[in-house]
Design a protein around this ligand. Structure first.
Ligand code: COA
Length: 386
């Protein structure tokens, strides 16, 4: 019997030029640009275009892309009507997965099957779809937040950039520039991360030549699980459970004794602190300064937990990952806990779509094999004889 790699750990599933990780040094780079540099200097629109095109755009290119994003934010009233019919207490990730999948039905012309399988690789088609999906996903998340509060959705504002418009539509208030900048950095940090579970899902789905709304919907489903994007929501629940920095040590001892997972810690690809967590930690520090020290108790608990966990988990290469600090920051920006993973999904559409473009440009359907562990061929026994 040949061996198989559990969880495909260490198995290269593709060739890709989109992002790279150095798990020993703690470096994540998009198209060769380290993530901390992008978080400090870029904005989400530019980073999305970098991911899609492979190079930093020139001014004209960027402004055309930005204008297209702004022009494509709205969705048809029929989409909103569908959203109104969904249960208000449903999880926003489930709403997003369902409604993104439905866009293929509401906009059939956009996804009309190319006559030749080769035309899927048409860069114009891929670019058009990428713009629509990136722009509309944010709108759906924000509409849902209003609808479930029995409020009318706020139409997108074409005078605001991606991050500011997202916060405006979600919270109903135009964010101050400092806050919009924090959100922009968070979107950049979450935009791409090599071949993780959701990206692989997008690639597998894309490799069947499924329409791009189905591709992104499948990826959203994969991201929703607590071992992947869903961890950021679990982190806040965990910090609530701990309650105060003074309880951290006892709580941690008990959890590790019971062999439980500490949410927001550990990553298959990093043996050091996730570089995104490093930047997020720094952003929270900046927010603490900006607010004159007035932030929730979550930050103090998380910081104490990180230090306590170091003593116990560093030997296994388990350190804070991207989800450890992102939820704390989102909570400070007034985002409801169950929308944290949705923000992750909105940002990640750029990375998923970059991988989808890469996949369909040189497509071969994914069809791995298996190590069969079931019965050998045997006789069918009629029901009366069993
Ligand atoms: N808390 C406590 N121990 C952890 C841990 C965590 N968050 N993450 C990993 N470990 C331990 C494992 O128990 C295992 O210990 P062992 O060798 O004594 O059995 C060792 O570290 C290796 O972990 P493993 O589960 O093999 O890692 P993986 O690569 O299969 O899983 C994750 C990676 C991300 C799924 C895992 O670290 C995890 O569940 N983290 C929490 C969920 C999370 O935050 N996910 C978001 C990722 S961005």
């Amino acid at each position: 019997m040949s061996a198989h790699a559990r969880g495909l750990a260490g198995v290269p599933a593709t060739q890709s030029g989109i992002s790279s990780i150095d798990g020993e040094k703690g470096v994540l780079a998009y198209r060769g640009y380290p993530i901390d540099v992008l978080a400090a200097h870029s904005h989400y629109e530019e980073t999305a275009l970098l991911l899609l095109d492979g190079a930093l755009p020139g001014a004209a290119q960027l402004s055309a892309f930005d204008a297209e994003l702004r022009a494509n934010r709205a969705v048809t009233p029929e989409v909103t009507a569908l959203m109104r019919a969904l249960p208000r207490n449903g999880h926003p990730m489930h709403m997003l997965q369902s409604v993104v999948a439905s866009l293929g039905m509401f906009y059939p012309d956009e996804i009309s099957q190319p006559s030749s399988s080769r035309s899927y690789a048409d860069p114009d088609y891929a670019r058009r779809m990428a713009i629509k999906i990136i722009a509309r996903t944010a709108t759906l998340a924000a509409y849902w937040e209003r609808l479930r509060q029995d409020k009318a959705p706020l139409p997108p504002r074409a005078d605001l950039g991606f991050a500011a418009n997202l916060l405006y539509m979600l919270t109903g208030a135009e964010p101050e520039p400092f806050v919009a900048r924090l959100m922009d950095a968070c979107l950049i940090l979450h935009a791409e991360h090599t071949i993780n579970a959701s990206t692989f899902t997008a690639m597998v789905t894309g490799s069947t030549l499924a329409n791009p709304y189905s591709v992104i919907s499948a990826a959203i489903g994969a991201l929703s699980g607590p071992l992947h994007g869903g961890a950021n929501q679990r982190v806040l629940l965990m910090l609530d459970e701990i309650g105060s920095p003074a309880h951290v040590q006892d709580w941690l001892d008990k959890k590790l004794e019971q062999k439980e997972i500490i949410w927001g810690m550990g990553h298959r690809e990093y043996n050091v602190k996730d570089p995104r967590a490093v930047v997020l930690h720094d952003l929270i520090e900046k927010l603490v300064q900006h607010r004159g020290g007035k932030v929730s108790h979550y930050y103090a608990i998380a910081h104490t937990l990180e230090e306590a966990a170091k003593e116990r988990l560093a030997a296994k290469g388990v350190y804070p990952n991207v989800d450890f600090y992102s939820g704390i920051l989102y909570a400070e920006l007034g985002i409801p806990t169950d929308q944290f993973t949705v923000l992750f999904a909105i940002a990640r559409t750029a990375g998923w779509l970059a991988h989808w473009c890469e996949q369909i440009a040189d497509n071969r359907i994914f069809r791995p094999t298996q190590v069969y562990t079931g019965e050998a061929l045997r006789e069918y026994v009629p029901l009366k004889d069993r």
